[in-house]
Design a protein around this ligand. Structure first.
Ligand SMILES: [Fe+2]
Ligand SMILES: [Fe+2]
Length: 246
């Protein structure tokens, strides 16, 4: 049976043109630079291992891509429970929808490229390492964690653009789209692999923008709390001055 897209996810997809550009967020802080360096090292490993085998690359990397949204969504949910505070719902739903969407990318590409036994073991090891590593990063450095995902998604947009070039050049056959993809993205019945890659690339661009935005929100929160601290210390100073002169 075909799986239904997450309703919130559908709701947040706004069209095609906005998300298809190869946007790059220029690193500003040290945390941004660490996030970019981490991403580029991961990209180097993926490039060395997969080269131009884009179908296999998509299968293995989508198993990793499904992790951050679930970890971040789970941790944000637990944060809301601990603090007994409302206001976390939209973020939790967005993150869980991202994880669900990445899982659907995997379910789609598994129909296109069958992973070999070695790749299946690679996925096991990658998940064991990456889940724990990302969890620790998210708990202690959530802003950096979102920036990492933003950069990962930039690389995903780039890789799927390269995949499109391979299809357009004829080096990768433009086979009919799997049924699961036609149902999920509501593609035309005669849709092809090219249409699927375009739809997936749009999703990745959306994740990229969402995660860079989450990182930005941490900066805004810090600025707000710093200005609040400034107001509070000025207020205390004013009161102590008033007491001195009374
Ligand atoms: Fe993906
Ligand atoms: Fe992604």
């Amino acid at each position: 049976m075909a799986e239904e897209p997450h309703p919130d996810w559908r709701h947040t997809r706004k069209g095609t043109t906005l998300y298809t550009s190869l946007m790059h967020y220029q690193p500003i802080t040290i945390s941004d630079r660490i996030a970019l360096t981490f991403t580029k090292s991961m990209r180097f490993i993926a490039d060395t291992f997969f080269k131009r085998r884009y179908g296999h690359r998509a299968v293995v990397l989508e198993t990793v891509a499904g992790v951050p949204g679930m970890v971040a969504g789970m941790w944000t949910h637990l944060t809301s429970l601990r603090r007994m505070r409302v206001g976390y719902g939209p973020k939790i739903r967005t993150l869980l929808a991202e994880a669900e969407n990445e899982r659907m990318h995997l379910m789609t590409f598994i129909e296109i490229a069958k992973p070999n036994l070695f790749e299946r073991y690679l996925v096991l090891i990658a998940q064991a390492i990456f889940w724990n590593l990302f969890f620790v990063i998210y708990v202690f450095f959530p802003r950096t964690a979102h920036r990492i995902v933003g950069y990962f998604e930039e690389e995903a947009v780039y890789s799927y653009t390269e995949y499109l070039k391979e299809i357009d050049s004829g080096r990768t056959p433009n086979i009919p789209a799997p049924k699961i993809a036609i149902d999920y993205w509501k593609l035309a019945p005669d849709a092809t692999l090219r249409d699927v890659v375009i739809a997936v690339r749009e999703d990745e661009a959306h994740h990229r923008d969402t995660n860079h935005q989450f990182a930005k929100e941490y900066d805004e929160q810090r600025k707000t709390s710093q200005s609040m601290e400034g107001i509070t210390s000025n207020e205390l100073q004013r009161k102590s001055n008033a007491r001195k002169f009374s």
